[in-house]
Write a protein of this length. Sequence first.
Length: 241
Amino acid sequence: MKFLVIKHVLVEGLGAFAPWCERAGIAVDFVELERGETLPNTLNYQAIWVMGGPMNVADEVEYPWLRTEKQWIRQVVQDLQIPYMGVCLGAQLLADACGGQVGAMSAPEVGLGSVYLTKLAAEHPLLRGLPERFLALHWHGQEVKTLPAQGLLLASSDHCRVQAYAVGAYAFGIQFHSEVETQTVTDWSQLPEYQLALDQALGETGCETLAEAVAAALPVMTPIAEQLFDNFCAIVQQRWR
């Protein structure tokens, strides 16, 4: 299999999922939108991953490629039905591209927090085997307000109703960050927008505090992320049988 990964900023890539792709024999190509790279033809790829970024889905004036990206996502999901996994911004772009609504939260959700599966999620192939409640990293000020017409809510948190959802059988949005690694908080805090969110949510020592909390929680969070990854890969394999 070959996956295509769309990166909006250099520091937000596959993270923990990268070595699992290598272990599974999955080839990975990257598109670096921050470097001006363009979105390719998708016919050679079995799945698409669209990662996070500090921009918002409506920031088309400042980031004009967002308009093109949303049209491209719509084609990938609705016309070609290529399995799609959107993380954070990637989840919001999926909703916007497919007719949902995205907007600002009443207050950003930054830090570690619990995610709760819906009743339907226990039987859904993407979240099969996951606990009903689990810890995850959150780092966003926007959220999916309204799901697309074919959207199915799979998980929520106390501060954000749409933490995971499906659009049809092969497209998924995950608002939380399962790809987190030991160095993730430090790497992401290099972005001024993320550092500001950390300062506002957790104070001036927010980076150090969150980095330590993530490191302590990784032994619990990583197996959940790996199960999520394996579930998505199984869905991809089923799509191309």
